[in-house]
Ligand binder design. Structure first.
Ligand code: MTE
Ligand code: MO
Length: 437
């Protein structure tokens, strides 16, 4: 009888909706056209068959949670996935870059299944009971920790982005991808849980001569990077938690180093060893790679924090304005972040950077974290060059592309933070462009 009962309820609901529809239809399109968020006929589509539907989900019992104990997104969201950038990984999917669909995210947290992932030697499957962290070198008391021992230190949770310094790197010489996911998707933002490294070091006794720390991974790439001790004693974390659950294998399960705001490459995943020394280690990833060749022919070797940056996520090539009509109000949204501090403000330009208006920062505004910005705009159906320019509380503002290339040339792969712009055509299509003077 239960099914019949539900069927009956569904019919009532449908009748109520029909009444509502008849009453409001009197107000009709004329009252709404040309004003507000939904102008014209889209607000009151009298011939929309969906309004009268009584689909299965409203009167058939649904499936139980036992079918899907670890939840998955709705099958209708199947197209929202990470995507691999062939250009950067020569089609080799073991060592690859999986770009985050930043155009499809809301708020500032990246769901763990969509977090961007950069692996130099594939993703190891590590048994946490066989995992140890060795801390040695210029310390009074070297230490080997199990995961349980590590978790006994005071836990902290912090929201921070991880961005590969090569994010946007293929575009120094001009746009390469008509896609935000491929142009800017080498970053994500999460709440990380772990311990401050300085709290562990209290037990070890750092020798005064210790100026550098090598962090080494236990994956096949054995990623090694040297970190100055100042950063270690400031806010470096050893993390095992990602958005409320264990780190995902792609993010370094069971434990990774997190250097808030600094190059993703320094945030060594599948961490196994920390060694303190008086000199940098000059590991492969800080000599052959992750250096920036300048026009003088010299390369910058140790550069760390990702500079203030921003990108408009809506509209973007994947989220065009092709269904808008002149007069529609539309929300321009985007993400701003700085590895040097907290976002102070974001400006938006509609004419490629000649004039600027201030956007609103929405939701949480946290240090070294994605910050969402927003601007309500009355669409005019005219071509635009949309751009965003972020500022941080360390006093930095994004440079123009010309200013940036004047200093860095175009040979560097890393640390691009010049003002990004989208061309919006009269039809509302969105293209990746670079504004040069
Ligand atoms: N052990 C190890 N750590 C690593 C890497 C790796 O391949 N192995 N890749 C690095 C690079 S280049 C980046 S950009 C970040 C990416 O972090 P994510 O995969 O969690 O997004 O991890 C870094 N840590
Ligand atoms: Mo990276």
């Amino acid at each position: 009888m239960r099914n019949e009962h539900s069927q009956h309820d569904a019919e009532n609901v449908s009748a109520e909706r029909r009444d509502f529809f008849k009453k409001t239809a009197a107000l009709s399109a004329t009252a709404i056209a040309g004003a507000g968020m939904l102008s014209g006929t889209r607000a009151m589509a009298e011939d929309d068959p969906v309004i009268m539907n009584t689909p299965d989900w409203g009167h058939k019992i649904g499936y139980p949670v036992t079918k899907n104990r670890y939840g998955m997104p709705s099958p209708y969201e199947h197209n929202i996935t990470r995507r691999n950038a062939k250009l950067l990984s020569s089609g080799n999917w073991q060592a690859s870059i999986a770009m985050c669909p930043i155009q499809d995210l809301s708020g500032i947290m990246t769901p763990n299944g969509l977090f961007f992932s950069r692996c130099h030697g594939g993703i190891p499957t590590i048994n946490p009971s066989e995992w140890r962290l060795m801390i040695h070198g210029l310390v009074e008391k070297p230490l080997v920790l199990t995961l349980d021992q590590l978790k006994r230190y005071p836990n902290v949770s912090r929201v921070h982005f991880v961005e590969c310094p090569a994010n946007g790197g293929p575009e120094w010489r001009g746009p390469q991808f008509n896609s935000i996911q491929f142009a800017k998707g080498m970053m994500s933002n999460a709440e990380w849980t772990g311990v401050y490294l300085k709290d562990i070091l209290k037990d070890l006794g750092l020798k005064p001569s210790a100026k550098w720390m090598l962090a080494e991974g236990i994956d096949s790439s054995h990623m090694g990077r040297t970190v100055p001790v100042d950063k270690v004693l400031d806010d470096a974390m050893i993390v095992w938690g990602q958005n409320g659950e264990a780190l995902r294998p792609e993010q370094g399960y069971p434990v990774r180093l997190l250097l808030p705001g600094w190059e993703g490459n320094l945030c060594v995943k599948w961490l196994g060893r920390l060694e303190f020394a008086a000199e940098p280690f000059y590991a492969k990833e800080e000599t052959a790679k992750y250096t920036a060749l300048k026009p003088s022919g010299k390369a910058i070797q140790h550069f760390y924090a990702n500079e203030v940056n921003s990108i408009i996520t809506s509209p973007c090539p994947e989220k065009p304005w092709t269904d808008l009509k002149a007069g529609d109000m539309v929300e321009i949204e985007g993400l701003a972040w700085s590895g040097m501090g907290t976002i102070d403000g974001v400006d938006i330009s509609f004419d490629g950077g000649n004039n600027w208006v201030e956007a609103n920062l929405k939701g949480l505004v946290l240090p070294k974290s994605w910050t969402r910005f927003s601007f309500m705009y009355k669409y005019e159906g005219k071509p635009l060059i949309l751009a965003s320019r972020a500022r941080d509380d360390a006093g930095y503002i994004q440079p123009t592309i010309d200013q940036e290339t004047a200093v860095m040339g175009v040979e560097s792969v890393y640390h691009r933070n010049g003002i990004a712009s989208w061309e919006v055509t009269a039809e509302g299509k969105v293209n990746n462009v670079q504004v040069r003077s």
